[in-house]
Write a protein that binds this ligand. Structure first.
Ligand SMILES: Cc1cc2nc3c(=O)[nH]c(=O)nc-3n(C[C@H](O)[C@H](O)[C@H](O)COP(=O)(O)OP(=O)(O)OC[C@H]3O[C@@H](n4cnc5c(N)ncnc54)[C@H](O)[C@@H]3O)c2cc1C
Length: 66
């Protein structure tokens, strides 16, 4: 099985990891300097206190389990 390393755990990296993993053709390793996916679109609500920082991130470990 081919091995793939993806750099960055943003939308692009996570989606690529999911698709390659689902294909069953690759052993995928995702490397990121954060242990969470940061959801930028809803981060706009943090300054106006409609959302908290913790509401805007999804742990990469949770995504990996799924
Ligand atoms: C406030 C805001 C609102 C937005 N709203 C929308 C929207 O409504 N709709 C829309 O389509 N787009 C929106 N965007 C744009 C969207 O968030 C970006 O286009 C998208 O996040 C890009 O994804 P990416 O995976 O390429 O990069 P990023 O999301 O920036 O992910 C890069 C990842 O790489 C990691 N990384 C960086 N350097 C290193 C390193 N040296 N080693 C390891 N890991 C590293 C980072 O920690 C991060 O996890 C918004 C952006 C912002 C800032």
């Amino acid at each position: 099985m081919k091995k793939v390393i993806i750099l960055g755990g943003g939308f692009a990296g996570v989606q690529t990891a999911i698709e390659l993993q689902k294909s069953g053709k690759f052993k995928v390793t995702l490397v990121s300097d954060r242990d969470y996916l940061y959801i930028y679109p809803i981060s706009i609500w943090i300054p106006v206190r409609t959302a908290e920082f913790d509401d805007v991130k999804v742990p990469l470990a949770d995504i990996r389990k799924k």
